[in-house]
Design a protein around this ligand. Structure first.
Ligand code: FES
Length: 123
């Protein structure tokens, strides 16, 4: 089952300055994630405004029907974070129920989980 990465495109990390930075940190992270996910099977990317975790920018969600879903935050708009998010999403897509063993998590994912959401009964 495919996994979708939802990227908050309005996130701004501490110190973001609209006068010196034309894009939000969320927009930059979204571009990097989209590039990293370009050729990856079973992982798609979409953007959304404010995931209501603004104090923990940059925020993303990892979602798939019938699986555990996750909200992660405190990312930076860097290639390392983007590639690690995509690598985790691929592991999530390959998992049966959305549980990826901790030993398989990319290092840059660790410490970023904000919430785990159980499967809806009608999924
Ligand atoms: S602006 Fe990204 S969570 Fe609110």
């Amino acid at each position: 089952m495919a996994t979708t990465i939802t990227v908050c495109e309005t996130c701004k990390c501490a110190g973001w300055n609209a006068e010196t930075t034309p894009k939000t940190d969320g927009e930059t992270l979204a571009e990097l994630i989209e590039a990293a996910a370009g050729d990856v099977d079973d992982v798609s990317v979409r953007r959304h405004a404010c995931l209501m975790g603004c104090d923990f920018a940059c925020n993303i969600a990892v979602q798939s029907n019938g699986k555990l879903n996750y909200v992660l935050g405190k990312f930076s708009p860097t290639t390392l974070d983007a590639e690690s998010i995509v690598a985790y999403a691929k592991l999530h897509a390959n998992s049966e129920k959305g549980q990826v063993p901790y030993r398989e998590w990319p290092q840059a994912i660790k410490g970023h989980f904000r919430a785990r959401l159980p499967v809806l009964d009608n999924d």
